[in-house]
Design a protein around this ligand. Structure first.
Ligand code: 5GP
Length: 116
């Protein structure tokens, strides 16, 4: 299915995580160090290291990731109040795990995007 990162192990069930959604293409689970009352990561089951590695053929997958985030936000009841979606890329973006993932953050007013 995938290789390499801690997220690959979570996807395969080799490392425990609070998985809130999984299908053939993507897995969503709660962040172990939440930065907001709701902090969920949506990841492709197959590892793509960074956004810079995305190719045209990944367009559908990226759409599924985005739609899953919206669906989860609706299901857990934060959609109406609102939420933030973030993808970090490489060092300046603050990426720590080299398996692309969309952060779904919400559950309280999040302030400005860079916390200023
Ligand atoms: P990045 O900085 O790469 O955009 O975000 C990586 C996120 O993955 C961080 O918010 C971090 O807390 C989370 N994370 C790293 N390792 C694990 C893990 O083993 N389990 C879970 N649930 N989250 C993790």
């Amino acid at each position: 299915m995938s290789n390499g990162t801690i997220f690959s192990k979570i996807i395969k069930g080799e490392v425990l995580a609070d998985i809130v959604y999984q299908d053939e293409y993507i897995t969503a689970f709660r962040d172990m160090l939440p930065q907001a009352p709701v902090h969920i990561l949506i990841v492709p089951n197959l590892q793509i290291k960074t956004l810079n590695d995305v190719v045209d053929g990944d367009t559908h997958l990226l759409g599924r990731i985005l739609m899953a985030a919206v669906g989860i936000a609706k299901n857990i009841g934060i959609a109406e109040d609102g939420y933030r979606l973030v993808m970090n890329c490489n060092k300046h973006g603050g990426q720590e795990v080299y398996h692309i993932h969309l952060h779904l953050l919400g559950g309280k007013p999040l302030g400005s995007i860079l916390g200023a």
